[in-house]
Design a protein around this ligand. Structure first.
Ligand code: NDP
Ligand code: OXD
Length: 307
């Protein structure tokens, strides 16, 4: 009942250490050292490629991340449960990243940065948080946590999801009609959606043009949700004022991509949050316990929905 890990090897060494400490009887191997392929029952991976198709006795696939699109579900036999990572480090990192981005936009730091480069000392009017409307796409583990924190600053908060949610102090919208309502009132739009057929290319001209003029975008979902050319166009037209992008398509973003050169675009290399090895091992071990005792695993995804 080997657990095989295929992701960042440096972190893999930390996973191995934790497994050895907490579950010395569970053989843990780091790819490509897979040993006997017939012994592998559990695969923990970021991008497994077609590995799951080559392990005849595989029982569960665990994503090392909160998202599962990078697993490529078409390469995982349909009968296998797929489980995403739920651990507190991912949430903490995301809340920090998005809060910083929203405050930077709210306090005009993109424009002050440009002024600094031009050696201009020119105060801008200070806007109350209550008058700044935040719209979060995705009300899952991350969207909800981000909204709970942003609410504390007094921002006017709203969120959008597939099914209707009720969240204290947050205006909740759902479905296609709900999207237009949310967009019409989002000065800062934050994308925390999983990548599925329904969300690919969603951040496009239509969405940008529904936002109030001069809105900003914080994109921390997945790169292919954004139509880069439409964002460039919206920035040039002044429809979008600024953007913080942690995810791009492709990743890494090629050095000659025009988004790099935009004065009001900030790009980071998919680091908004990262799985922490210790709590991640704890989460996988708890799920192995659940799986073996017939309980539902935490983070089990619905393969028909794609998240
Ligand atoms: P969850 O699965 O907990 O939540 C997903 C949310 O998106 C749900 O509210 C869901 O609606 C909503 N949703 C999904 N599809 C649609 C749709 N078609 N229309 C409207 N709403 C939809 O995911 P998490 O919050 O844990 O994570 C979200 C994403 O964040 C991950 O999938 C990943 O892509 C990204 N991520 C990025 C990281 C980074 O470092 N940049 C780090 C970690 C994650 P409903 O509630 O109705 O099901
Ligand atoms: C994740 C990520 O999905 O790091 O966890 O993007």
């Amino acid at each position: 009942m080997t657990v095989l890990y295929k992701a960042d090897p440096v972190r893999g060494a930390l996973w191995a250490e934790r497994f050895a400490q907490l579950a010395p009887n569970v053989p843990f191997r780091v790819w490509p050292d897979i040993g006997d392929p017939t012994a592998v029952r559990y695969l923990v991976a970021w991008q497994p490629g077609d590995l799951a198709l080559t392990l005849p006795n595989l029982e569960v696939v665990f994503s090392v991340g909160a998202g599962v699109d990078q697993l490529d579900l078409s390469q995982i036999p349909a009968h296998l449960p797929v489980v995403r990572m739920l651990e507190p480090g991912i949430v903490e990192g995301m809340v920090e990243y998005v809060t910083e981005a929203v405050l930077a936009i709210h306090r005009d730091l993109f424009d002050y940065g440009l002024q600094q480069r031009a050696r201009v000392w020119q105060p801008m009017p200070l806007r109350a948080a209550a008058s700044r409307r935040i719209g979060v796409l995705g009300l899952g583990m991350l969207g909800r946590s981000v909204l709970e924190r942003l609410r504390l600053f007094g921002f006017a908060c709203a969120g959008w999801s597939r099914s209707k949610h009720e969240l204290e102090g947050i205006d909740c919208y759902a479905g296609e009609a709900g999207l237009d309502e949310l967009l019409a009132r989002a000065d800062i739009l934050i994308c925390l959606l999983p990548l599925t057929d329904a969300t690919r290319g969603l951040l496009s001209r239509r969405v940008f043009d529904m936002l109030p003029r001069g809105a900003s975008l914080v994109h921390v979902g997945r790169g292919p949700q954004l139509v880069g050319a439409d964002l460039l166009d919206a920035l040039q037209r002044g429809q979008i004022h600024s953007a913080v992008l942690d995810v791009t398509d492709p990743e890494p973003l090629p050095a000659d991509h025009p988004l790099w050169a935009q004065p009001r675009v900030r790009i980071t290399p998919h680091i908004a949050s990262a799985t922490r090895p210790e709590p991640a091992v704890d989460a996988v071990l708890e799920n192995l316990r659940r799986y073996r005792s017939g309980e539902r695993m935490n983070g089990l995804i619905d393969r028909t929905r794609g998240y």
